[in-house]
Design a protein around this ligand. Structure first.
Ligand code: ATP
Length: 234
């Protein structure tokens, strides 16, 4: 579903992502694990066509980034949860999802159905007519996740979905991620928390500008505790 080959991005003299090569299968939940500044956000922004790449290649849901018209097609096939939810504070949950559904050119009936389904599943239906400004952090994050899913994309990029949430808010988001996993969506989840990656992901890639390890959570744990090939996560 996602094929990345030698993907590189530099900012001036600084290399943010260095020759990343990785394949993520359909229905796989993949964690990009790494400390601040490791290149996680830069990677998903390149894959989501929000920024260009310096070199390398990537194919997302059959679309090669950089091809003519691929940006628009990829945006229709992916849902992106950015690091900051970036919601419009004066819009209610229903208005928010309706607005983004229109951007994806969904018919009115589909927008209404998807809105009700997502807000119900994310525990926001009761508060559907409240403005986002009145929401808690956890509620805002769940609304941002609903926004990422309004057009029912097969691929999701989630940039630190539980960062800055209290334990209850983080738990609600993780439970929803497990539902998305059961639906066989392909998910790339950025995190700096191995325990979180273990709870929801099939495989983990440790990024420190370069990809330094890839494996199942159990394999990575074994390497972390191994005496010879110790991986540092901080
Ligand atoms: P965090 O968890 O802090 O978001 P990250 O793993 O997502 O970290 P990135 O945000 O991708 O890391 O940043 C990787 C490197 O690229 C950092 O050194 C950062 O300062 C640099 N960088 C990212 N975006 C820009 C930009 N627009 N201009 C200059 N440097 C940038």
């Amino acid at each position: 579903m996602i094929e990345i080959e030698e993907l590189t991005r530099t900012f001036g003299t600084r290399t943010a992502v260095d020759r990343l090569t990785l394949t993520i299968g359909e229905g796989e939940v993949f964690a990009l694990l790494g400390p601040n500044g490791a290149g996680k956000t830069t990677t998903v922004r390149m894959l989501g066509c929000l920024i260009g790449r310096t070199s390398g290649r990537a194919v997302v849901a059959g679309q090669r980034i950089g091809d003519p018209g691929a940006d628009r097609r990829i945006r229709g096939l992916i849902g992106l949860l950015p690091e900051e939810p970036g919601l419009y504070p004066d819009l209610t949950a229903v208005q928010t999802l309706d607005y983004f559904g229109k951007l994806h050119q969904l018919p009115k009936r589909v927008r209404a159905e998807r809105t009700e389904e997502l807000l119900t599943r994310l525990g926001l239906w009761e508060r559907r007519d409240s403005k986002a400004a009145t929401y808690s952090k956890g509620m805002r994050q769940r609304l941002a996740i609903a926004r990422a899913l309004i057009h029912d994309p097969p691929v999701l990029f989630l940039d630190e979905p539980t960062a800055n949430l209290d334990p209850e808010g983080a738990r609600a988001v993780r439970e929803f991620l497990l539902q998305l996993r059961a639906e066989r969506r392909t998910i790339v989840l950025n995190t700096h928390d191995l325990a979180e990656a273990e709870r929801v992901c099939d495989r983990v890639g440790v990024l420190r500008t370069r990809l330094v390890a890839v494996g199942s959570p159990a394999e990575l744990r074994a390497q972390l505790h191994g005496s010879t090939t110790r991986i540092r996560l901080d």
